[in-house]
Design a binder for this molecule. Structure first.
Ligand SMILES: C[S@@+](CC[C@H](N)C(=O)[O-])C[C@H]1O[C@@H](n2cnc3c(N)ncnc32)[C@H](O)[C@@H]1O
Length: 219
């Protein structure tokens, strides 16, 4: 029987198709522009990664003075070979006391267009992050080669984030595959037959980062 928390998990393929997820994580943002962006903006102290996947980003952002806690609800995603302290939880119900974290980020997880309880997740994030702490949410910006292969709209809408008081920046990065066949394998999985039309190893990819410094006194 499902408990309350598991019913709040958005299904993700990574745990059941690890080879494809390995291609995704290795090739998307291969030059590390998103990591660089986050690294420059996140403070030292305690930082929460919501929907951390296999801990790829949390591992890269960890450094002396900055402890990044990856929170991931899907047991199959967790990579215990990484030197990380894993936390089991969902965005809608974050298992920490109020004002615990100096900052929080989330990369391509939970905060997608059309998720009905996105504001429940955001209020949880704003509860556990301290006054003056930064929140960064990363998603697809669209208007790029990568998204042009999708038959559906997989881009994030900026306006609702601006209305919630977030600023945004576009990070220009790329998917860089080792072979065209690798690009075809991943894009066909994502997008069906349209993905099979890819004929290059490098795809322009625009990423949006929504960011806000919390001011709890405004409430
Ligand atoms: C697209 S993956 C992104 C993983 C990682 N952030 C990255 O950049 O590689 C989305 C992750 O969010 C997790 N997830 C699903 N439902 C969630 C929820 N309600 N709250 C937090 N994370 C969730 C999934 O298990 C999956 O690992």
């Amino acid at each position: 029987m499902k408990n309350d928390s598991s019913s709040k998990i958005i299904p993700f393929y990574g745990g059941i198709k690890p080879k494809l997820f390995e291609i995704e994580r290795r090739c998307m943002d291969r030059k590390g522009k998103v990591i660089e962006y986050l690294d420059e903006r996140l403070p030292d102290g305690l930082v929460l990664d919501v929907g951390a996947g296999n801990g790829f980003t949390a591992e890269k952002l960890s450094r002396e003075g900055r402890l990044v806690l990856p929170m991931e609800p899907d047991e199959k995603m967790i990579d215990r070979s990484k030197n990380l302290i894993w936390c089991n939880g969902v965005a809608q119900s974050i298992p920490f006391h109020a004002n615990t974290f100096d900052a929080m980020y989330s990369t391509w997880a939970f905060f997608f267009d059309g998720i009905k309880d996105i504001d429940e997740g955001l209020s949880e994030v704003e509860r556990v992050v301290k006054d003056g702490g930064r929140i960064v949410i990363v998603d697809n910006y669209g208007d790029d080669e990568f998204c042009s292969y999708s038959p559906n709209d997989i881009t994030s809408s900026v306006d609702p984030w601006v209305q919630r008081g977030y600023e945004y920046e576009v990070i220009h990065t790329e998917f860089i595959f080792d072979h065209v066949r690798e690009a075809k394998e991943l894009l066909t999985f994502y997008f069906g037959e349209q993905g099979n039309q890819v004929n290059t190893t490098t795809l322009e990819y625009k990423v949006v980062a929504y960011t806000k410094v919390l001011s709890k006194s405004d409430r």
